[in-house]
Design a protein around this ligand. Sequence first.
Ligand code: SF4
Length: 348
Amino acid sequence: MRTAEQSTSAGGAEERPGCPKRMVFGPCGGVRDDGGCEVAPHPCVFLGSPLPRWTDPTPPAPPPVAGGLLDRAGTGPVVLTDLTVHPFDPASVRAVVAALAPVSDGLLVGEHQNRPDLPPTLMAQEVLAAGGRPWTTLACRDRNRVVLEQELAGLAAVGVDGVLCVTGDGRGPGVRAGVSSAFDLDGTRLAALAAAAGLTAAVPESPDAPPVPLRPQRVAEKERAGARLCVLNHVAGPARLAAFTAAARAAGATLPFLASVAVYTDERSARVLQAFPGLHLDDAAVERVLAAPDPVAAGIAAAVREARALLAVPGVVGVNLSGLASDGGPAAAAAVKAEVATMIREDA
Ligand code: SF4
């Protein structure tokens, strides 16, 4: 692992004045549809070109973990399932992992601005102990550079399958008033640190967030920084996804993609996804599910249909089952996602 001093490199670019997240490799995925900043009342400062380019050397890629998600992606479609649990509750982690691990190639541990949970390294240990393969989301919002380095060292030591390196969404108004946000780093620079720590780094991208024409190039820059997998936010359908992955390939990205599949079976789980900045769901499909006589069965069927369509897109090696899935709590949500995952894997 590089020293802290070596790790302070900005990757060959400078912080962009006016970005509340202090990003160097922006824009973040939260840019509003009208180009407004996710956090402050002004346009995103990254809207115009040029896009910041990663010009530092790319850290060598660690080999995929044997039997892990990227290893399995070499032989067939993979399923990365979001882990939704009761916060600070190891028993809930064990119960949800028990339901999801047997039907998932990886479990994505989230990092939410309004729902803190166990420290990432400790959570990863719990998932591993329960029989899951953790992909840990690490966000730059709530940890300064030193603490991010500590967590990366810890995650490498406990043996996670990979790390999803994100800048992090801004803290919502009224959430934990008086709590500061760090943003010493952004997701791109965190991916470089993760790779240098010997971890497989994944990064997100939001194809439909402005500035849409610059988003494919962002994937290539993140790969140059060290990313080995890209998890794409929800888009309106497979044609839009195919256009994006083709544009990313044309921009020089060679890494594999996971496509997000929206899993919702009731009003709340659907509306939370629809309200998330940078996400575009098929709104007509959402309304059909909510109006169905059995919304749970309809939601499961819709997710499986969407997954099948997205898996046919070139460059897509798997899906990320994301969203709350159910308003009925973690056990109900896990049961829904487990059924979706099982049906997807039956196709493989
Ligand atoms: S939208 Fe994101 S990247 Fe753009 S200025 Fe705001 S915080 Fe920065």
